[in-house]
Design a protein around this ligand. Structure first.
Ligand code: NDP
Length: 675
């Protein structure tokens, strides 16, 4: 009996009511499942997300949401073999599925770790530093991010049913926004299982995640300014959806990632013997064959210096000849099938269009030797085209054949290469194989505006390089123009798509209370006892210690110079220091000020402060001359729990002279016992 995929609506698994749409095996044409969403109440799903899922997620702090993402990633890994088993019917090799399944879980882990390390244990976060506005310091500005109150509608592509879902889900859930996921029907059986695994992990609040397997009905009619649509797929669908009147009327955020004619360039410094030549050839073939070229970042256009074109073609053809196409279950197969026969027809149609202006130098468009069911499996040999006059070509720069297809072209000089890669009118990824730092800068300046990511590969980084086609969760994935104009992931940057940035203005006391963080100008009440004697829980934001003062003498300066070996003229040479436009005489070492400051504020006995682990934002504002006295204000600026036993305390430290002028300011970081 064929499996009917279930939708997950308002915390219940429901089958669509109609006939549904068959999901066909890429390997042998068998029906592996039926997907359908007919009869679902899409409005009720939106309501459920907004009324139940959103409030539950927003009640959790970023750290709690991060822990949830980690648990979801662990659940995927614990049941990965079930996903691998289903993934085989999509035509993927084990390696292709590894990118999708374990790469997807890895993306959740990275987002979890970013959330825990870079966001506060709170439900909002500051964007940048405060902006002083009033002269007396009683009126300041501060940007903050708060969670949107709506729902994220994720419409995903067929090529990476797990990764493609999780790379969107991680930032969404971390932002505190519920998601409704609509996978591409062709591989929806894999996405549906991944959703089931996450639901069964029992870590998500009710309403946080729902699934539609099939059409999305009238969902778009009910979107508001608090919702986000995040789409990956063809430009045609993106344009159609983005043109929906509700998107314009309600200013619904629409993040799009779509067709991209990515390029790779063998640098002008390369020779046929250089390591970069081999690395380039390997990468082009890898990008053509991994996932049978069905990667949004795959290299579609490969550019080489004109004198090297022949040698590059020979090397590419030699390597492509070793590719074995077929059922990945068969021993020795190195490239699997396209996702479906209709997708293959699409690729072939685009390949025929390419053949109209390019020469096919490897592979056959319409007939494939493959180890598998060649009548019903969606197999396609890699196709390498060549075009010697790229400026006369159009199709190669405009049409994405979403399969194992690439065109090799020459360029005359770096300016020509730049103009040609930019001719794609916006891409997700560009790679340049060069060992010349000047070329790297030239490409960043000449091509940066057209590409979401640029990877430079040379002999020294190749071993660790993650390659042309791998988007990473800590870096942005997206691109301008043809690529859709969207940006995903990029660590915390990706979270911001699901949050609203608001500029706040007010008294530092009020804005400190909003952030749970002391801001200059906010009250600094006396801590009562020395703050180093208070446990993490007892410390209040703003708690302050004002120390006694200490006079800095010339003997102190000379002793410090002698002891540390730091005999810089400003401290030790009276004549040179007097001639300095900055010092106008001998001054104390900055490090001496820091050391004396510590001597003034430290409470020495063992207690809740376990370790000092660094200073940040250190500035020496005004020199301290021999004979001047300094004193310190130590204020609790922020507190962040780090482990069940310890928390990080950020202290604002200001060192002032006898006249009350600031001489040094910095943040001190300590690890404190929670109890
Ligand atoms: P589509 O644009 O057809 O589909 C993408 C997603 O949109 C799928 O989930 C699809 O669902 C959904 N969709 C399609 N029509 C609608 C609609 N009217 N309303 C709501 N959702 C809709 O792309 P494909 O996945 O079929 O791939 C086609 C081409 O797109 C590829 O050949 C390639 O060129 C490009 N592509 C680009 C990618 C990129 O990241 N840049 C990734 C994948 C594909 P359903 O499957 O149910 O139709």
């Amino acid at each position: 009996m064929t499996t009917r995929l279930q939708n997950y609506c308002a915390d219940a698994w429901i089958e669509g009511s109609g006939y549904g749409q068959p999901v066909i095996s890429a390997i042998d044409g068998a029906i592996v499942a039926v997907a359908g969403s007919e009869g679902l109440d899409f409005t009720a799903m939106l309501d459920h997300a907004r009324k139940i899922g959103g409030p539950a997620l927003r009640a959790l702090t970023f750290h709690q949401r991060a822990a949830m993402l980690k648990a979801l990633g662990q659940a995927i890994l614990a049941r990965k073999e079930e996903l691998y088993a289903l993934s085989a019917a999509t035509g993927a090799t084990r390696g292709d599925s590894w990118i999708d399944i374990e790469g997807g879980a890895g993306t959740l882990f990275t987002m979890a770790s970013k959330g825990r390390r870079e966001l506060p244990d709170d439900v909002l976060f500051a964007d940048g530093d405060h902006e002083p506005i009033g002269k007396a310091g009683t009126f300041i500005g501060q940007h903050v991010y708060t969670s949107l109150r709506g729902v994220a509608l994720h419409i995903n592509a067929f090529n990476f049913p797990v990764w493609g879902m999780l790379e969107k889900l991680g930032p969404t859930l971390l932002a505190g926004v519920p998601a409704i996921v609509k996978p591409a029907t062709a591989t929806s059986q894999v996405a549906a299982l991944a959703v089931r695994i996450m639901i069964e992990a029992n870590v998500l609040p009710k309403g946080a995640l729902q699934l539609i397997v099939g059409g999305i009905g009238d969902t778009f009619d009910h979107l508001t300014c608090q919702d986000v649509v995040s789409f990956t797929g063809s430009a045609a669908t993106a344009i159609k959806l983005q043109s929906h009147p509700v998107i314009a009327r309600e200013s619904v955020r629409f993040v799009a990632e779509r067709d991209s004619i990515n390029a790779s360039v063998l640098g002008p410094d390369a020779t046929a013997d250089s390591p970069e030549f081999d690395l380039f050839v390997k990468e082009v073939v890898r990008e053509m064959t991994v996932k049978a070229g069905q990667k949004c970042t795959a290299i579609r256009r490969a550019f080489a210096p004109r004198p090297l074109l022949e040698a590059v073609q020979t090397a590419l053809v030699a390597r492509l000849s070793r590719v074995v196409v077929g059922d990945p279950a068969v021993e020795g197969v190195t490239m699997g099938a396209l996702v479906s026969l209709s997708q293959r027809e699409d690729v072939r149609q685009n390949a025929r269009a390419l053949a109209g202006e390019c020469q096919l130098v490897f592979g056959t468009i319409d007939q494939v030797e493959a180890n598998g069911d060649t009548a019903r499996g969606a197999y396609q040999s890699p196709l390498l085209f060549r075009n010697d006059t790229p400026w006369d070509a159009r199709v190669v720069h405009d049409i994405e054949a979403f399969g194992p297809v690439c065109t090799l072209m020459p360029y005359n000089d770096p300016a020509d290469a730049l103009a040609l890669v930019n001719r794609g009118q916006g891409s997700l990824a560009l790679s340049v194989f060069t060992h010349a730092p000047d070329t790297v800068r030239q490409f960043v300046l000449g091509a940066g505006a057209f590409h979401g990511r640029i990877v430079f590969v040379d002999r020294d980084c190749a071993k660790e390089s993650t390659g042309h086609g791998s988007p990473l969760p800590m870096l942005i994935h997206g691109g301008p123009g043809r690529a859709g104009g969207g940006e995903e992931m990029g660590g915390v940057r990706g979270v911001k798509h699901y949050m609203q940035r608001t500029a706040l203005q007010g008294h530092p006391r009020s804005l400190s209370a909003v952030l749970g963080q002391w801001l200059p100008g906010a009250p600094q009440p006396d801590a009562g006892v020395h703050p180093f004697r208070k446990s993490f829980g007892e410390l209040e934001i703003g708690d302050t210690l004002k120390t006694a003062s200490r006079r800095v003498t010339l003997e102190d300066i000379e002793h410090f110079a002698d002891f540390t070996g730091d005999n810089f003229y400003a401290h030790m040479d009276e004549i040179a220091a007097a001639a300095s436009p900055i010092f106008g005489g001998r001054v104390a070492h900055g490090y001496l000020i820091l050391s004396f400051a510590a001597g003034l504020f430290v409470d020495p006995a063992p207690g809740p402060v376990l370790a000092n682990f660094g200073l940040e934002h250190l500035r020496f504002v005004k020199p301290v001359k021999p004979g001047e006295a300094i004193s310190v204000a130590l204020t609790v600026k922020a507190k962040t729990p780090r482990t069940p036993e310890m928390g990080e305390v950020r202290w604002a430290i200001s060192v002032t002279n006898d006249s009350g002028e600031l001489v040094a300011a910095y943040d001190l970081l300590t690890m404190n016992a929670l109890q």
